[in-house]
Write a protein that binds this ligand. Sequence first.
Ligand code: SF4
Length: 414
Amino acid sequence: MRVLLINPNTYRFPPVPPIGLEHVAAEVEEAGHEAKMLDLCFYDSPLKDIDEAVAEFGPDIAGISVRNVDTVLFQTNEFFLDDIRNIVRHVREKYGLAVIIGGAGVAADPEGILDYLGADYAVAGPAEGAINELLEDIVCCGNADRIRYRRYRYDLQCPRKTGGVEYERYMRQGGIGGFDTHKGCSSSCVYCIEANTRVSFKKIDDVLAEIRMLADQGCSRFHLCDSEFNEDLDYSIDFCNALKREGPGIDWALYMKPANYNKKLFRLMKESGVSLITLTADSWKKCPLYWTDIEKIVFSARSSGLKIVVDFLCGFPYEDEETLRFYLDLFRRVQPDSVGINPYIRLYRKLQITDIIFRDEALKRNLIGYREDGNLVRPVFYNQLSVERLRVLIAGEPIFRIEGPERGVNYSRQ
Ligand code: SF4
C-alpha cells in the first residue's frame, strides 16, 4: 500500500517536528508498505501541496496527524480542527482516499474528534504497534474498526524515518529536535488525558540512535517529548548515564512530575546536558507529601546547577483562596526560576474533572464555551479564579507569570 502521511500542523510558536508521523512512516515501511511524508508546517497553501503530492506519489490511503486539538490555553486559544477537517474533506472528496487520523490530540476524545473531522478511521494513542494491523484489516477484510486503540508492549521498538521533514528549517525558525523514552503515565491527575495510561519504555540504545540521527542533521538542542521524564527512577538514571557516556553531546529540556527522583538523578541530568526542567504541578487536593516532593525537587535541581520552572494549574472546584495563597507562598519560599500559573482548566469528555464538574450545577456556572450538547471537542474551560484576582495575589512578583496572554513554551523563553 502507498501511504501518504500528512502533518497539517502549521502552528509555529515554536514549530514542532512531527515525530509521531516519523515513527509511523518507518513502521509502515517495515511492514512492506511505501510511505511518503508531507510536512505542511511551513507552507501556506496546504491543499495545493497535497494535490502535488498525490499527483506525484499516487497514494492508496492517507494518514493525518492531530498533534493537538487546540492550544489548551484560554487566552490566545487557537482551535486546529477546522483546518484539519478541510484537509480531510479535500483528500476524501477529490481523491476518494480513506483517511486515518492519529496523534496525541486524538486520545483526548477519539469518537468525538473522528466525527468532527469526518475521517474514516482513528488510532487512539501512539500508532506504533497498531497502524500495520489497521492497514491489514482495511486491505484484507474491508471491515476494520473505526477506532483502533493502542497496544502496549514492553521494550517498545519504534523505528523512525525523518525523510520529508526539513530539520534545518525547523532549527532556523526556533524549533528544536524531539525524542521520547516511553509512552504512558502511571499518575492520575484528574485533568490530564495521559492519566493512568499503561507505560511502555523504549530501549535506551534505540533512543540514543534517534538522537544521533538528528544530531547528524544539525540538531544540537532537544526537547524530550515524554509527558514526564521521571516515570521510573531506575530507567531515568540509566538513560542519563548512557546519554552522558555515548550520546553526541546535546542540550536538552524535559518535563518532570513531583515523584521518582534522587540527588543522583539531578547530577546525571546536569552531566548529560539538561538545560531546563519544567515541573508539572497543580493545586488539586493531594497528600501533603506531594508538596514536600515539589520543594525537594526545586532545591535539588537548583543545587545541581539546573534551571527549573514550574507549570502550575490552579482554580479547581471547591478550592478556596487560602489554599492557593499557601501554595503561592511555598513557591515564594523555594524560589524556582519561574512559575507559570494557569487558572483555566481545559475539559475533555473523558476526564475525571469533567465528571466532577458536570455533577454539580453550581460548578457548571463557571464553564466558558460550553454548549448543552455535551460535546467538548471545541474548547470548553472551567474557570473560577479571575485573572484580575490572580494578579492581586501574585502582587507583581517577578517569579510569577500568568499563562495564556503570550504564546510560546518554556524552552523558547530561555
Ligand atoms: S503526571 Fe503529567 S502526564 Fe502524568 S497524569 Fe499528571 S499531568 Fe498527566
